[in-house]
Write a protein that binds this ligand. Sequence first.
Ligand code: 6R9
Length: 683
Amino acid sequence: MFSMRVLWSRLPSVTGALTVRPPSSLARIAQRVSATTFHSRDTSIDYPDAGGSPEYKSMYQRSIDDPDTFWGLAAKKHLLWERPYDITSSVFLEEGFISWFHGGKLNASVNCVDKHIKLRANATALIWEKDEPGQEERITYHMLLSKVCRMANTLRRAGVRKYDVVTLYMPTMPEAVYAMLACARLGATHSVVFAGFSADGLAARINSSNSTHVITVDEGVRAGKILPMKKTVDEAVAKCPSIKQVLVCKRTGNPVPMGPIDLDMNLEMKNSRPYSTAEVMSSEDLLFLLYTSGSTGAPKGIAHSTAGYLLYASMTHKYVFDYKEGDVFAFFGDLGWITGHSYGVYGPLMNGGTSVLFESTPAYPDYGRFWETVERLKINQLYTSPTAIRLLLQQGDEWVNKYDLSSLKTLGSVGEAINPEAYNWYRDVVGKGRCSIVDTWWQTETGGIMISPLAHDKDTKAGAATRPFFGVIPSILDPNGNELEGNDVEGVLAIKTAGPGMARTIYRQHERFLETYLKPFPGYFYTGDGAKRDKDGHIWITGRVDDVLNVSGHRIGTAELEAEINSHPLVAESAVVGRHDDIKGQSVFAYVTLMQGTKHNDPAAEADIVTDLKKRISAKIGGFARPDNVICNNDLPKTNSGKIMRRILRKVAAGEYTEIGDISTLNNPDCVANLIEKRKKMD
Ligand code: 6R9
């Protein structure tokens, strides 16, 4: 742990001119903090411009030819170090050894908050756009520092220590940001669990990470509905022996039962000092875990480092969106998603920016919500998902045209491929043809945007993620792992580099990290996505090539869903596939074989089981993963070796009966006709 006093005395050559006296104002703290960097500088945002193609090309080339110099300069400039690093990078991809800025010491909350106090104490750090429109709250950097410190002191008193894992189960609100940064201040690793997960989903993530504390709220509010979040935490924590304390923040203020391990966060914060020392962390210490779904097994706790992640989030935020000082940046999505971490919190705050936290939905109280918010808050960069764009497109242009959107400069899309119709509408109707559109491809595992045009780039196409960010070498491989050189090629997407923002491991499962990402194609980071490079060299993402579904931007592993379905006492076997959905991108389609003796063709009995299964998924995983369709059948198509032929099930789900292909090699070809018959009844 360092106090400012200790910190100064560690760097005598830089701080020699300063007297070691406790600072008496925030401005003075910041002055001294910035004096401790190993290069003297202010904290203004002054990146070179790279919006146009020539600058992009030369910077990209430099980042590939000499990554250490490229990222090293950036790290010296944009991170506030308590101690300089010694080694820029050491990467041995095949054994998952990824280290950036070794030897460096820093603290993430100091970088996101304290760093800015000297220059922008009264600038707005966060605008909380609450569920009810027109009630936004603004939090300045000074207020943010005070809240983060008060919360850090509260957590410390509640027993949170360096390297503990703290689970956050919270709505999109400033307290969630305070909690992330307060954990970072204490050197604890935060693990945010999306508020849509059920008690069981939450418990699984708490247990996997061995969390000691949970931070939550009394109740959430979304689209006018109350979500009993504390109650869900109570149910989860009953199954989590590692939890020592639950800290409850106020959202609705309605009374909720408080048990022996529960603490009222607001009360504790009120009585806490608004200054808190920050733990000195190493560059490679973990900043956070975020659970995500893969094609097999339980959810994976993707682990991100401190220095490399912060640098990558800030650089991508700045360059992809062309974020300028004073701009208002809005990610319209949930903080519990990696996009909320990198572009709702860390990227904008590293850059001294203003970030809008949007608690509501695109349709509440009506379909004009996004646009009314853009007008009222004068949003300059808007970042959201194709699902939301498609939903709003379907409601007609009147909703958009009612509002003044002239503040908008960059429009971003993330989470899944954006279809050309949605892209064109975003560009022409929302952006009036004068905004940059950035279709950004990346993953929880990559920490920040990997493939995307930069704002102002004119050489783009509707639906193409376009080109790699600095330091990224995207490779397209054939099934044997051979790199497909040149243009006009299609295959699986792998990344040949591990830049500063890449995930470092799967928490406490490094072997699984290797198996999942690094062993499939030695020397590359395997993404699980397909991609093509067109004749002009632009990259297009063609979708997952593994058994991972993407429903409204949520990643859901089919194996996880099948495990839940199979745990139903009347289910013998199941197979889950994705079906195209005009708004959600994909919906969950489940095929189920019932236990022998269960009446397969009794519609009433089947309907009961189907209802049961849908409820079960909502309860065990979360409502977003609920299957839209379930077919019960006495058999599923299998190969001679007993493998379920998902390819056929996908075609049946899509209603593409004529494209099913040869089924003669199946062990049980007859079952396909039954499935088709049942599927047709669903139309
Ligand atoms: C940031 C994020 C990652 C998966 C990824 C891919 C899909 C994300 C995309 C995209 C096409 C884009 N994906 N952005 N597909 N075009 N612009 O979404 O992280 O939740 O981990 O999902 O989402 O399939 O592999 P995450």
